[in-house]
Design a protein around this ligand. Sequence first.
Ligand SMILES: [Zn+2]
Length: 362
Amino acid sequence: MRSKLPFNYIPKPVGILFFLIFLGCNQSDFISYKTFEQLPKIDIHSHYKYSRAYLPEFFNKWNMKTVLVDVALKGEDGPVRNFNNYLEHYKEFPDYFFLCTTFTAFGIENPDYIENTIAQLKKDISNGATMVKVWKNFGMVTQDSAGKYLMINDARLNPIWDFLVENKIPVLAHIGDPEQAWRPLDDPNNPHYNYYKNNPEYHAYNFPEVPSYEEIIEVRDEWVQNNPNLEIIAAHIASMANDLSKVAVRLENYPNLSVELGARFGDLAMQDSKKVSAFFERYQDRILFGTDYGNAAPSSRLSQEDLKEELDRLDEDYQRLFKYLVKSDSMLVRNQKTRGLALSKTILAKIFSENFFSIIEK
Ligand SMILES: [Zn+2]
């Protein structure tokens, strides 16, 4: 079991920030970028749906493996999963991948829903899945027959959480979205501007019937609290990456919660690097590296040139994140001018692999 935090009260965000600033950052076991190359790495959040001949060599170069994460996207007649693609990819290169399945609340009114969902999870687990993802379709997409949005703390889901606890399967939870989704798109510098511009169907601001950010987060927190034995990794820095003091409050309150970094480096880069590295120092056992990188087309549809470009871009994208975490230089991250965090070797080893293994092997 993870040791309890030395707090038995709920500290106020301001108090936590104050504490973080004073904690500072331990520079004593600094790691060179060259040495970092061979530090074991797990990207716990990727969507490499299709095989690429270049991936094994690329992963070897960085001593990296990744968790292939299935996600249920909205289709004409309900959610569409891609688990079989990921399974095929996983079976082709089992040394490089872990597998994460998913389920939705679609059909929750059907009397067979629980039985069918657990049967599906059992099958996916027997095929190698070691994690389950729940996505923002809880709270923002899936509705019941009366048009009510189905929320993650719906009591009808409890047998599924119990099943996952019994089988020691952690949940990667992307619940809600950045607060920006509920606000007008008026700042092109916001790190989420392009996502909502290109995916207007998730720009909740345009859909007043979608529950508010505050409600979705409150319900998510309740769910985390109500399932203390369920290991929950909150994807995308718990959908509140723009304000680490809010994340700190959740990490203090819920010992079963950790956070994953995928696609939120822009939010981190907007905050003072000293405060961000103090956050990493304080919560070094509860942070996991992830990217949300992936691919969407089979290799057969791409030319050699396309594939070469894709690999170059991927290497650049990973290196930008690595440099932000490892180096102390000033740099641009998602158009934000910032300074690298220069995390210690101890912290990097934890967030890049040790925390993942301690969760998965519990
Ligand atoms: Zn994702």
